[in-house]
Design a protein around this ligand. Structure first.
Ligand SMILES: Cc1cc2nc3c(=O)[nH]c(=O)nc-3n(C[C@H](O)[C@H](O)[C@H](O)COP(=O)(O)OP(=O)(O)OC[C@H]3O[C@@H](n4cnc5c(N)ncnc54)[C@H](O)[C@@H]3O)c2cc1C
Length: 261
């Protein structure tokens, strides 16, 4: 028997989550079957709700409280996921791969500055990876970051960024040292949206997905926007991509893990 029963205490927690969702989520705000059908009103309803959920510890349950997470266990997250799915509730809009990356590579100040507002639902982040010349070979990055005193000046472009959600920041690599060997020539940067010189254009795909094309024309960011060393970006990306390919850094609801072959 491979059933994974929940404890009495966990079922009590489930009851709390279910009751809160029943009392707080109107029918018309539930997640559309196709996320391309999200309305502005629904989107901003959820953005506000996410802040309330973060206070309860349910937005990003397993992240440490000191950075705005819930400080709960994977079992709690599994229950939250099951109940949110049941209620048609949306849990977070950010590219969650960014969180563990900042946890692993960010300084204490960077965790407070960039991770906390994401985990508390104040901000949403996109991942900014793919360039127009092609995205499959991510190490062959051409968008440039050039040092200017303590700041960096960013130039280049990206395609296929983001989703139906709007964002206040994006995170990804830029070429910091064109003379250095491959995998030793990138930095991993946070870029605020909006920023002077940053153009974010709609890029709607034929399949219905909402994406953005990004153009950076001398975007100036302060030195603390670089996560990790200035030629360590590929290694930092290793953490990011490990989570992207490993389930987005979330615990799985048991109903999924139970039916997984
Ligand atoms: C719906 C959607 C959502 C996306 N969301 C995001 C996002 O949020 N953020 C983001 O940064 N990107 C996003 N992307 C981009 C995605 O990551 C890229 O599509 C992916 O990295 C592949 O890049 P590409 O499409 O440019 O293909 P290319 O790199 O141009 O490759 C084209 C073809 O050539 C092949 N190929 C490439 N290199 C080689 C090689 N060396 N040898 C042999 N064959 C090769 C590929 O396998 C492919 O068949 C999204 C894309 C889609 C369609």
């Amino acid at each position: 028997d491979f059933a994974l029963p929940y404890t009495e205490e966990q079922e009590k927690f489930r009851g709390e989550v279910r009751t809160w969702l029943e009392e707080n989520i109107p029918e018309e705000m539930k997640e559309p079957v196709d996320q391309a059908h999200f309305t502005e009103e629904q989107y901003w309803f959820w953005r506000e709700k996410h802040k309330e959920m973060a206070v309860l510890g349910w937005l990003y349950p397993t992240y440490p409280k000191e950075y705005g997470g819930g400080g709960l266990t994977g079992d709690h997250e599994a229950i939250i996921d099951e109940e949110f799915k049941r209620a048609g509730a949306v849990r977070g809009f950010s590219s969650t791969m960014v969180f563990p990356t900042i946890m692993v590579w960010g300084t204490e100040e960077q965790k407070q500055k960039y991770l906390r507002p994401l985990l508390t639902g104040e901000k949403v982040t996109w991942q900014k990876l793919t360039e127009p010349k092609g995205g499959a070979d991510l190490a062959d990055y051409q968008s440039r970051a050039v040092r200017d005193g303590d700041d960096w000046i960013l130039n280049g472009s990206n395609v296929f960024i983001g989703g139906y959600e709007d964002a206040e920041m994006m995170v990804g690599p830029l070429l910091t040292d064109p003379d250095a060997p491959r995998h030793r020539n990138l930095g991993y940067f946070v870029i605020d949206i909006p920023s002077a010189g940053l153009d974010v254009k709609e890029m709607n795909l034929l399949g219905g997905a909402r994406k953005r094309a990004i153009f950076m024309d001398n975007v100036r960011v302060s030195g603390d926007h670089l996560i990790g060393g200035e030629t360590q970006g590929w290694q930092v990306l290793g953490t990011h991509l490990e989570f992207e390919h490993g389930g987005g850094g979330r615990a799985f609801p048991r109903e999924i893990s139970n039916t997984d072959p």
